[in-house]
Design a protein around this ligand. Structure first.
Ligand code: 7RM
Length: 657
């Protein structure tokens, strides 16, 4: 959520940063003219554009016969092509000098580290794939992955992909309840987890959470649990169901040819929050996703063989899928994975990692950048960051001042900054600079990736005028797009492709973000227009948090809104009415916050809970979130309140309930 004041300052933004000449000379895409050319070529004939890239950049077991079969809103890319993304990420590099190149550098906690070459990574992936087969996992069976940031998380994903078992990675910070919902919805047959994970100097009991999630047949599809030993504390192992990863891998063969998959076979499900109902299982398939993550990684991060590339996301999010694992490995790059996180006991840890490994390309979130700005320049300035040549951001709008700080203090003024707008649903970058080609404006994600027909529209799908606010939309399918909502194609259709009603058979993808486009065609993303709150780059549905609150016996009704926060972007504020016998107290606030953590995970924990006798509603009974947002932000409540049923409620809420 971007405040009015920020929008004002963004609209005043006039600074323009040209790609440094030395950078452009060596870049994959070297000039603005080259970008324009690519863009126009892709626009004129998207199928031809993507087909050429698919042929040049990927290894196929069998070529496709149709590039795109578009039955709106359902797309199939590279129809009847046969491909395996694990093959493209591993096997094809083994016959080149890259065989002994570092594929994965892992910096663990506390003080652990490990480097796997392409040959070593391939070997472990093959062994893990054979273990999955021995445990009865077959092509098409869904595997849950609930892991800390350790190499085995990537190995597990690639092993699943290798045998055609779609994975569903659940962020290790989610609760047992959230994990259960996802395992049940995806009908996961097996779960891969660890005994525990390190998070901010403490151990997260992952295996214990899995036990809770699947106890008493609560997730009846789960037959086996594979457990990586990480933290080595005592855990319960249920014989017959639970198996140690290291014991299984020891006796597993390293020979496991990659299964030829159909382009449109499901690669993974990843759950993400929306404005209504429970989280949606976003479905990505094999061929299109492989191509799209490959080519965006190559052009946006301008990757080359000498790079040490580091994306700080967690593999539990789409950014980790596309830009820690699949995109970089498909390119034969060296990708760094970090288990730690900045915390009071180690605030300079990111800069230590960059210095230690000579990181050249660094990709992180605006919320992290804002937190670093607060900590002062001395932390990064005390490290040697001269290896860096390119910086990226993702997850939420970045305010121009943070962008400039990042460019100056971290990038030493010499590194281009790529602000990449995209979503779980889009699979990869959609609006982003190509760093050697597109001049950047702080706060703008700049221009669409070639082949992406992005626009700013009204609710009828008409393009709005330059600099007018509107809805961010995409007018044509692209290979990395989600294919459906798992088990609910109708929800896919309604949510993304009919929000703007199709006209003359032309469907428009509705992203859920507000945006403006300036005279030069630069996009300025304004944040979500639905009931999704972006807290520190994490996507949370207000509905989910409200449901969690209402599941507590004390809560009669709850309404959750976002409130602007200097570091996190937004913070969660909950307005709660209580059941008759309960009275407001500090203890109850604590208890409700804890309850939300238990139901969803600590990321959803409200920063503030306010009690009131009633919530402001329209005459038809809809909670007026706009009013609550103003109240939460401490702003004057303005605009239309004529539909408010009981004006008295507003006064009470203003006084604090
Ligand atoms: C990659 C990711 C998607 C939502 C999206 C936006 C916001 C992401 C940017 C951004 C402004 C950006 N996937 N968002 N990147 N807003 N500028 N560069 O974050 O599915 O978890 O979230 O995140 O609101 O709709 S996500």
């Amino acid at each position: 959520m971007v405040s009015e004041a920020t929008i004002e300052s963004i609209l005043q933004e006039k600074r323009l940063f040209d790609p440094p000449a030395e950078f452009s000379q060596q870049a994959h895409i070297k000039s603005q003219a080259e970008y324009e050319q690519l863009f126009e070529r892709a626009k004129a004939d998207p199928e031809k554009f993507w087909a050429e890239l698919a042929e040049q950049e990927l290894d196929w077991f069998q070529p496709w016969d149709t590039v795109l079969d578009w039955q709106p809103p359902f797309a199939q890319w590279f129809v009847n092509g046969k491909i395996n993304i694990s093959y493209n990420c591993l096997d094809r590099h083994l016959t080149t000098w890259r065989r002994n190149k570092a594929a994965l550098i892992w910096e663990g906690e506390p003080g652990d580290s490990r480097t796997l070459t392409y040959a070593q990574l391939h070997r472990e992936v093959c062994q893990a794939a054979n273990v999955l087969k021995q445990l009865g996992v077959k092509k098409g069976d869904v595997v849950g992955i609930y892991m800390p940031m350790i190499p085995e998380a990537a190995i597990a994903m690639l092993a699943c992909a290798r045998i055609g078992a779609p994975h569903t990675v659940v962020f290790g910070g989610f609760s047992a309840e959230a994990l259960r919902d996802r395992l049940v919805d995806g009908k996961a047959k097996l779960v891969i987890t660890a005994d525990g994970g390190w998070r901010k100097d403490a151990i997260v009991p992952l295996k214990e959470q899995v036990d809770k999630a699947i106890a008493n047949e609560a997730a009846p599809s789960v037959e086996n649990v594979l457990v990586v030993r990480r933290t080595a504390q005592e855990i319960a192992m249920q014989s017959g169901r639970d198996h140690w990863w290291h014991e299984c891998l020891k006796q597993a063969s390293a020979d496991c040819p990659a299964e030829p998959m159909d382009s449109e076979d499901m690669l993974f499900i990843l759950y993400t929050s929306g404005s209504t109902g429970k989280p949606k299982g976003v479905v990505h398939t094999t061929g299109g996703y492989n191509l799209y993550t490959h080519i965006t990684t190559k052009w946006v991060f301008d990757l080359r063989d000498t790079d040490v590339y580091w994306c700080t996301a967690d593999v539990g999010w789409i950014t980790g899928h596309s830009y820690i694992v699949y995109g970089p490995l498909s390119n034969g790059a060296t990708t760094l994975m970090y288990e730690g996180a900045p915390r009071p006991s180690n605030p300079g840890c990111f800069w230590d990692v960059i210095e230690k490994y000579g990181v050249t390309v660094f990709y992180t979130a605006p919320t992290a950048i804002r937190a670093f700005i607060k900590m002062g320049d001395q932390l990064p300035k005390a490290r040697n960051l001269s290896s860096l040549r390119l910086l990226g951001t993702v997850g939420e709008p970045i305010n121009p001042e943070s962008w400039v700080w990042y460019q100056q203090v971290i990038g030493g003024g010499r590194c281009p900054v790529v602000d990449t707008w995209w979503q779980t649903e889009t699979g990869g970058h959609m609006i982003t600079p190509l760093p050697g080609a597109v001049p950047t404006k702080p706060g703008s994600a700049t221009r669409p990736f070639p082949g992406i027909l992005a626009d700013v529209v009204d609710l009828e799908g008409n393009a709005v005028e330059d600099n007018q606010g509107g809805y961010l939309a995409v007018r044509y399918p692209w290979p990395g797009m989600m294919r459906t909502v798992f088990g609910d194609p109708d929800r896919f259709r309604r949510t993304y492709w009919e929000h703007i009603p199709p006209k003359d058979g032309k469907y428009v993808y509705f992203a859920g973000d507000g945006a403006r486009k300036d005279k030069e065609g630069y996009f300025w993303i304004m944040g979500r227009v639905d009931d999704v709150i972006n807290v520190a780059g994490h996507r949370l549905g207000t509905m989910e948090i409200e449901s969690a609150l209402v599941s507590h016996p004390a809560v009669a009704e709850a309404a959750v809104v976002g409130k602007p926060d200097e570091v996190k972007g937004s913070d969660v504020v909950a307005f709660v009415t209580l059941e008759g016998t309960y009275t407001p107290s500090d203890d109850l606030i604590k208890e409700l916050k804890k309850h939300v953590s238990q139901e969803i995970g600590a990321i959803a924990r409200p920063g503030e809970i306010r009690f009131s006798d009633a919530l402001p509603k329209t005459r038809s009974g809809k909670i007026m979130r706009r009013l609550l947002r103003s109240l939460a932000a401490g702003e004057e409540v303005t605009g239309d309140t004529s539909t408010l049923e009981d004006m008295g409620v507003l006064d009470k809420l203003r006084q604090g309930g």
